[in-house]
Design a protein around this ligand. Structure first.
Ligand code: GDG
Length: 487
């Protein structure tokens, strides 16, 4: 579905509704830079996916105001029109105290729910005080959403695991609201979920939704099985729904995606070509085999596993020394959580170790950039590389895989993709790996590098067809169409 078509279709479909998107992370952050205010778009799959939809539909996006200049840029109703260069919708900011942010965001959402939902062998930390803040902040968001509802029927589109209690609170205050939630991370099996001390409250909160979406069917099934085990609810597997206290919640999968055309168009620009040249000189990227990876620095992304495989690959294929460079872009994330400090240290150790073991006077195999890279430079890195590695231990979808494909306008380049990403269900022409299996992983790196060009092009063309077709507009259209259908 093309953007223009989507805009026309969705405007028509939503004409009787008021669209409200709610997420923790805001799509635009205003920060002070010396005495100037600058506006940035954060590195989050979620906001990158939803902004194009809001630009098309208009409405209000309610989110936590986290920028240093956010308060200076809102009006009396705590709202600012965005995107700044071409305002299309309103961003309403919710203010959190330091304690609230600590308990709600760093605490319950990211030390409890994030590791609980990802099987990456990092144990969740459950603290009663974090849970209290989680409840409090969910109520605060609900209050801000309800303030915005007007005479039209609200369609409240809630994002992610930070706001599991929100749908029930909204539904209780305004039963007429159509509540839809998309859970951007995996849903674990009932056995894994049962360790959560507040599991019943979380499930009850989520069952306040009319429609609850996951990336893949497997996560839907896990959710239904979990509810079946924990609540006196009636799962209706035929209709993929749950009836709880006389209310029905439909559970469906909607694989999220990217704005393929926009990325392909940007990647084809002359500026990106110039950026490729500039970056190659800046980082002395002289090798003829370049690999790339783009990850938030998170323990679910399998970054140490990647370096271990590269180490092995160089041991087994020394002829690639001096010819091979792997560029790892790593945007810092959730840095003051202890498990994130640990993964950062572990990544540093790996970079140091692999570079030390293999380097020569003028060459090192890994270039690690721990920073948030501008979008254009990220595209340049995608463009210049012969292969991309996504090695997540578990990932709801993984948008980097899809972005890499979109940026490869010349259909050259090989994607190495973890089987444990939602994306691997759609992207069959990628080289699929188990990131825990180091030997197989190292062998796949060799396979990617030595793949005959015609084979690489054939695969990349197929991948491009899939992602072009199943883009972000199709995702948004499908989820909102389903919501309206069931309302
Ligand atoms: C969650 C789920 C799901 C990263 N570094 C930079 C940068 N990024 C951008 C990437 C990509 C996004 O951030 C990351 O998206 P992912 O999907 O890979 O991962 P999560 O952040 O974990 O997202 C995930 C997603 O939600 C959507 O539902 O796919 O499974 O975990 O777009 O390009 N962008 C720029 N500089 C960076 O340094 N400009």
């Amino acid at each position: 579905m093309r953007k223009g078509h989507f805009q026309r279709v969705i405007k028509e479909k939503l004409k009787d509704y008021q669209l409200l998107v709610v997420s923790n992370r805001e799509p635009y952050i205003h920060n002070w830079k010396e005495d100037q205010i600058e506006c940035i778009r954060p590195a989050s799959g979620l906001t990158i996916a939803l902004d194009p939809m809001m630009r098309a539909c208009g409405g209000v996006w309610v989110a936590h105001g986290s920028g240093t200049a956010d308060r200076e840029t809102v009006d009396n109703n705590q709202k600012v029109r965005v995107p700044p260069e071409d305002p299309r919708y309103e961003l309403k900011r919710v203010w959190l105290s330091k304690e609230e942010e600590e308990g709600f965001y760093y605490g319950f959402a990211n030390e409890a729910l994030w590791p609980l939902c990802h099987i990456a062998y990092t144990r969740p930390v459950f603290k009663a005080s974090d849970w209290e803040y989680y409840k409090k902040v969910n109520h605060l968001f609900a209050e801000k959403v309800l303030e915005e509802t007007g005479s039209e029927r609200p369609l409240v589109f809630i994002q992610d695991y930070h706001l599991a209690l929100l749908p029930r609170i909204i539904k209780e205050k305004n039963p007429d609201a159509l509540t839809v939630q998309f859970w951007h991370i995996p849903w674990p099996n009932p056995e894994a979920f049962r360790i959560c001390p507040w599991k019943k409250e979380l499930l009850e909160g989520l069952l306040g939704n009319d429609l609850l979406g996951f990336h893949i069917r497997y996560h839907c099934n896990n959710f239904i099985d979990t509810v079946d085990r924990e609540l006196e609810a009636r799962p209706d597997r035929e209709r993929s729904a749950i009836v709880y206290k006389d209310k029905i919640t439909y559970i469906r999968h909607f694989p999220i995606s990217i704005d393929f055309d926009a990325i392909a168009e940007s990647a084809a620009k002359k500026e990106v070509e110039e950026e490729v040249k500039r970056l190659k000189i800046k980082y002395r990227l002289l090798g003829d085999v370049i690999g790339v990876g783009v990850d938030r620095l998170d323990y679910t992304k399998g970054i140490p596993e990647k370096f271990r495989a590269i180490d092995l690959f160089l041991d087994q294929n020394p002829e690639y020394k001096k010819r091979f460079v792997y560029i790892q872009l790593g945007a810092p994330s959730r840095e003051h959580i202890p498990s994130y400090k640990q993964i950062n240290d572990e990544i540093d150790e790996w970079v140091e170790k692999v570079n030390w073991r293999h380097r020569t006077e003028y060459w090192s195999p890994i270039l690690f950039l721990r920073e948030h890279i501008p979008f254009l430079s990220m595209l340049a890195f995608y463009k210049m590389s012969h292969f991309c590695i996504v090695s997540s231990l578990q990932d709801g979808m993984n948008l980097v895989a899809k972005e890499y494909i979109a940026a490869k306008t010349d259909s050259n380049g090989v994607l190495i993709l973890s089987r444990f990403t939602g994306a691997s269900r759609e992207l069959n022409e990628a080289l699929l790996i188990n990131p825990y299996a180091a030997d197989e992983f190292a062998q796949t790196i060799k396979e990617a590098i030595e793949m005959p060009p015609e084979e690489g092009t054939r695969r990349m063309k197929k991948l491009r067809e899939i992602v072009r077709e199943r883009n972000i507009y199709r995702w948004a259209d499908q989820i909102l169409t389903k919501a309206i259908q069931i309302s």
